[in-house]
Design a protein around this ligand. Structure first.
Ligand code: GDP
Length: 329
């Protein structure tokens, strides 16, 4: 990427250059120090041109219908004249080297649409690395003129919390089950959601979907009021029949209006930036501790901790204190 300079990337992105957007995403996902510095300088230039999109997180277990739903919603938004970027946060990539969300074959139709830009989850990074790269990709896409950004994740592990912390509206997709759907749902995930959409409300499944809608509405009523003063709605969708797609977007718009009016949107975005600052700092400190040259190596300290010779917290403090010595000499 040596031909890329801060200025060429900045200008190309501001002109909406999609090829450059892809390259900028790759830079944001890179762990190399030169790439990190280049990305940060580009983003610093682009900051005044960011923040204007509507950021939507979408989650649900594999098979719930996420990609079919995002294709339908994406088509609808593009018809409305929106430019849509779809990013993914897939926690399985680093561990299994395969992904839960799947590969490029997903959302095939939408990916051919010139109004959409689809980016799979960066691979080979820890969840923290994916989260950090995805936050940067949101800003890059915004500067390139994308006005709706969907971040897709899967109902596994901590990725949902990570995505909740980088979007304005968090949508939970749920499948109507055999009447006991509420049992399988972690209360925590329901609490994260700003909207719950029941998928595949068509054919034989319609009745069950209606029952699930009413079950969820009841369950949500038992939760304390959200800080946003927003009551989480539950609605029916069928991506194949095009049901509930317009409604989904209206819900997002209503939410944005509501939280703009009461100041919550600004507050949340500020909090998200602070969280990003703290998380990134933690990662840098951990990385510095891993690479420290003064004192004992991390591998040695880990052995001592494993063997029970040293208290983990005491070892961490010693390592941390050695970092200062590292930088001063
Ligand atoms: P994902 O794993 O959550 O991304 O789910 P997919 O979008 O791949 O969908 C899983 C399966 O459900 C596929 O076989 C789809 O054809 C099917 N499906 C998705 N949306 C609908 C829908 O609205 N109605 C019906 N009947 N089937 C659907």
């Amino acid at each position: 990427m040596s031909d890329l300079t801060v200025d060429t990337i900045t200008h190309a992105l501001l002109a909406g250059d999609r090829v450059m957007l892809g390259r900028a995403f790759t830079l944001a996902e890179s762990a190399r120090r030169e790439d990190r510095l280049l990305t940060e300088q580009v983003l610093q230039n682009l900051l005044p041109h960011t923040g204007r999109s509507t950021r939507i997180g979408i989650t649900g277990v594999p098979g719930v219908g996420k990609s079919t739903f995002i294709e339908a919603l994406g088509d609808y938004l593009i018809d409305k004249g929106k430019k849509l970027a779809v990013l993914a946060v897939d926690p399985s990539s680093p561990k299994t080297k395969g992904s839960i969300l799947g590969d490029k074959t997903r959302m095939e139709k939408l990916s051919r649409n010139p109004g959409a830009f689809i980016r799979p989850s960066p691979s080979g990074l820890s969840l923290g690395g994916v989260t950090s790269a995805t936050r940067e990709c949101v800003l890059l896409a915004e500067a390139a003129g994308f006005d709706v950004i969907i971040i897709e994740t899967v109902g596994v592990g901590q990725s949902e919390t990570a995505v909740r912390d980088m979007v304005d509206f968090f949508l939970l997709l749920m499948l109507a089950g055999s009447g006991d759907e509420l049992q399988g749902i972690k209360k925590g995930i329901m609490e994260l959601a700003d909207g719950v959409a029941i998928t595949k409300a068509d054919g034989d499944n319609l009745k069950r979907a209606q029952q699930a809608q009413s079950d969820f509405q009841h369950a949500l009523h038992l939760f304390p009021a959200a800080d946003s003063q927003w009551t989480t709605p539950v609605w029916l969708t069928s991506a194949v029949q095009g049901l509930g797609i317009t409604e989904t977007w209206l819900m997002v718009e209503r939410y944005v209006e509501h939280t703009q009016a009461n100041g919550y949107l600004t507050y949340v975005r500020e909090q998200q930036k602070i969280l990003w600052l703290h998380e990134h700092l933690e990662r840098l400190i951990l990385q510095a501790a891993m690479e420290t040259r003064s004192g004992k190596s991390m591998a040695h300290i880990e052995q001592e901790v494993k063997a029970g010779h040293v208290l983990p917290s005491a070892a961490a403090r010693q390592l941390f204190e050695s970092l200062g010595r590292d930088s001063t000499g």
